[in-house]
Structure formats: C-alpha cells, structure tokens
Design a protein around this ligand. Structure first.
Ligand code: ATP
Ligand code: MN
Length: 294
C-alpha cells in the first residue's frame, strides 16, 4: 500500500484503500462513495432499518467484476445483525445482513459494495409488504420511454384511488412505489401489480408490455411486477448505482417525470443540492394504503 493511501476512519469504520479510483472517468474514489453514504445515511437508513439487504459488490469499482452478495461471512463489524432465511431455489440457509446502522453500511462500502438493495418487509413481519413496486424497464435503454410508460400507469393507480410515488432507479428505468398498510402479503401485492400492469399494456400496447422474454418485448417498456415477490429486492431511494456519473436512485414528484429528464443528473456530486429542496416523498409513510379488492 502506498503511504498516500492509508486507511481512513469514517464514523468509526476503517476504509481501506480510500484513494482507489472506482469511477475512472469521473475520478470518483472509494472514499468519495463512503463519504456519500455517510452523509446520506439519515435519508437512506430508514429504508434499510430492520430489512434484509443484498449488495452489489464491485471490489474494483464500477468498471470491474461485480456480483450480488447476500451472505457476508467476513468483513462486517462484530455484532452486525443478520437474519437467516432459507432460499427457495437452493434450500440453503442465507444469513442476510439486517440494515439500519451507519457502521454496517460503511463496512459494506469498504468491502466494495456500490448499490445496496432491500426487501419490502421488515424482520418482524416478513410476509407483510410495506410497498407495492412497479419496475419499469425500457428495452430501448431510453429513460424517456420509462417516463412515458409511467404516465400511463399513474392515472390507472389514481383511478383505483391509490397514491403512488415515482423514483429514478439510477439506471435507465423508473420505479413506482405505493406505500401499503401492514398485513398485505407479497403475493397480494404482486397479484394486484400484475392486474395494473396488464391494464397499462392494454391501454398503450405499442409502448408497454408484460412479456418477460426479451424477444417478445421488442423495444417496449417491461412493467416488471416480480419485485413484489417474497425475498425479492429493489434499490431503495438514495442507493448509488454502478453507472457513469455515480447516479443515485432519486425520489421524484409526478410532475418531474418527464421524458427529457436525465436520471444521471442525480448523482453523488449533486445529491446534496437536491436534498436542500422539499422531499417529494415526504409523506410516503403517512400514506400507507389498502389495495382495493376488485
Ligand atoms: P434499471 O433502471 O437499470 O432497470 P434497476 O435497479 O431497476 O435499474 P433491474 O435490473 O431492473 O435494475 O432489477 C430490478 C431489481 O431487481 C434490482 O434493483 C435488484 O434489487 C433486483 N435484482 C436484479 N438482479 C438481481 C440479482 N442477480 N440478484 C439479486 N437481485 C437482483
Ligand atoms: Mn429496472
């Protein structure tokens, strides 16, 4: 290790190789990302508290090899809370990290985690979905298409009297969340999302599809409702993404969902400016709703 790249202690967590460049084009270092997460913690941690986490770990930064990690056997502070869940696919027990503490978050960053994903439920009520999620994935790779698809979904949710909240994924897509009153299961949430998704595809068949197969999607926007399934994850607001400019998943007001918007404008360098403005998701948790029985 060069003498210039000595570990730095941030909020009690040792960040090794702080000067390692994680975004070569932008000159963003590992320490920049750690500092970003330390600063955003008051906004981000409420989305992680008591939730099981999955991290996208990229030990060489955004250009290197990345993998999704659920079990962290080494590298997290002693006493980091974990929670066992048996994976349906393999039957193996997975010891998920339970989020909510800055030191857990920063220790994950120290291990190379860039994006951190969360489940829609808390440890004490694993089968109660706290939100309904639509993940709009534009096959064209154009954010503009996701924005157009969102404006088809929004009135459909309004028609069933649900208040919804859009955010950038940080990638090219959009996520729409509906906060749910407790006691509604992931299966109920997914069944409802599926119904709305099909209605949207019916209303704008040239723009929106529910076809999971890439070939069948063509250039249309997939409304992915599988994020609602038990043990599925999604990036919470304010997670960084492994993309150029280090974009951040950002809560939006509906009138900001515009095809002209560039989601990468919300990034680790601009986020503080954004946070100085009123939070468009400020009343999210006061708006927990019951899904209509139709
Ligand atoms: P984009 O706008 O680029 O689509 P996104 O975050 O919505 O960004 P998706 O590829 O659509 O990315 O995936 C949606 C969510 O599914 C992710 O946020 C992540 O939580 C989860 N996910 C995707 N792939 C995996 C995986 N291999 N392992 C675990 N979770 C995954
Ligand atoms: Mn997506």
């Amino acid at each position: 290790m060069s003498s210039k790249d000595q570990p730095v202690i941030l909020e009690g967590v040792r960040i090794t190789h702080p000067n390692k460049v994680w975004w070569p084009q932008e000159g963003i270092t590992k320490l920049d990302v750690a500092r970003f997460y330390a600063d955003i913690a008051p906004y981000l941690l409420p989305w992680m508290k008591d939730r099981l986490l999955t991290a996208e770990r990229c030990t060489q930064g955004m250009r290197g090899l990345c993998f999704f990690q659920k079990n962290f056997e080494k590298g997290l502070p002693p006493g980091t809370p974990t929670f066992p869940l048996t994976a349906e696919s393999t039957g193996r027990e997975v010891h998920y990290v339970v989020g909510g503490q800055t030191k857990t978050l920063l220790a994950m960053v120290n291990l190379g985690c860039i994006a951190i994903h969360t489940m829609n439920c808390r440890t004490r009520s694993l089968h109660s979905a706290d939100w309904l999620a639509f993940d709009l994935d534009p096959s064209s790779g154009e954010f503009a298409d996701a924005a157009k698809a969102a404006t088809v979904l929004a009135p459909l949710l309004e028609e069933v009297k649900l208040v919804s909240y859009p955010k950038t994924s940080g990638g090219r897509g959009l996520h729409i969340f509906v906060p749910l009153r407790s006691g509604q299961t992931q299966d109920e949430a997914r069944a409802f999302a599926l119904k709305i998704g099909h209605r949207a595809a019916q209303r704008a068949p040239a723009l929106i599809t529910m076809e999971m197969s890439k070939a069948a999607r063509g250039r249309r926007v997939l409304v992915d409702v599988m994020r609602n399934g038990f043990a599925q994850t999604v990036v919470p607001p304010y997670s960084v993404r492994r993309r150029s400019k280090a974009p951040v998943s950002m809560p939006l007001a509906w009138d900001e969902v515009d095809p002209q918007l560039d989601p990468a404008d919300f990034n680790i360098r601009t986020v503080q400016r954004r946070l100085a403005q009123p939070n468009p998701w400020g009343n999210f948790w006061k708006n927990r709703q019951t899904l209509p029985k139709e």
